[in-house]
Design a protein around this ligand. Structure first.
Ligand SMILES: [Zn+2]
Length: 281
């Protein structure tokens, strides 16, 4: 029942976003993403190893406004930029990263932690190059993809992100692409990548395949309001469209957990108590 209601919500969402115009066959439907991560229900797994990312900034190629987000794309014809370790049995190649964000700083992330929303969320998308030979093949398969999720909170300016922010005005409209080189995606990871939640889920954009091992970082990164404002200055629409639409709220609605377990690489009982500040509305 719960899953069905979630699907209706997902269909409603389709009407609101440019990528959700056409009815989509949601495969299976009981391992969809994003979800709310409930800390007290997450299960500490001491076997979960630290993540090992090895990125070569030289593989960075271009930025593309795909009409839903902007994708920073990497050359994935060799194993030069990879992630392994953590919950992963194999080596996964980085193909792109992108963000989801809101029209206001009060929301924008796809995942939430104990219902807490963040202003934006970064997704680093990798595919299993030990088992498959192309992203297009891996995307359909079990353990085909590994996505690292990082929450963004508004605070001080992120120096590493600024090079990317400066390039965005060149891809304001849908379908625009510009060369973008030597960007090290590691600069967008939080300082602590040992602590994360992991679960089996799906892509949050079409084709929504349930091929993703999610690794959502416990620690967020900070970006400035002005940096997020440049994200919001992008457009969902192409240059020749009469009515231009600002690229905001490009996140999918939350999906039902459907009995899945979220594992954590850290013990939730060893966390510092939430501060009084965070308890306020
Ligand atoms: Zn995403």
């Amino acid at each position: 029942m719960d899953c069905c209601r979630m699907k209706e919500a997902a269909e409603h969402n389709m009407k609101m976003h440019p990528m959700w115009q056409e009815p989509l066959a949601i495969p299976g439907g009981d391992r969809q993403s994003p979800i709310d991560i409930v800390i007290r229900k997450s299960v500490y797994d001491s076997e979960l190893k630290p993540l090992v990312t090895d990125y070569d900034p030289q593989t960075c190629q271009q930025i593309w406004n795909n009409g839903y987000s902007f994708l920073v794309e990497y050359d994935d014809t060799t194993d030069k930029s990879t992630v392994k370790g953590g919950p992963l049995q194999d080596k996964y190649r980085l193909c792109q990263f992108h963000f989801h964000w809101g029209e206001s700083n009060a929301w924008g992330s796809e995942h939430t932690v104990d219902r807490k929303l963040f202003s934006a969320e970064l997704h680093l998308v990798h595919w299993n190059s030990d088992k498959y030979s192309l992203f297009e093949e891996a995307v359909m398969e079990e353990n085909g993809l590994a996505v690292i999720g990082v929450f963004l909170k508004v605070g001080k300016r992120h120096e590493g992100l600024q090079k990317l922010v400066d390039a965005l005005p060149a891809i304001r409209h849908k379908n625009s692409v510009v060369d973008f080189n030597r960007f090290d995606p590691a600069c967008l990871l939080p300082s602590n990548t040992d602590d994360y939640w992991t679960y089996h889920g799906s892509l949050t954009t079409p084709p929504l395949t349930e091929s993703v091992t999610w690794m959502v970082m416990k620690q967020h990164i900070e970006v400035s309001h002005d940096q997020l404002a440049v994200f919001r200055s992008l457009l969902f629409t192409a240059a020749d469209e009469e009515v231009q639409k600002g690229m905001v709220n490009n996140f999918r609605v939350q999906q039902s957990q459907c009995g899945r377990t979220v594992r954590s690489s850290f013990s939730p009982f060893l966390q510092e108590a939430p501060s009084a500040e965070e308890g306020k509305h």
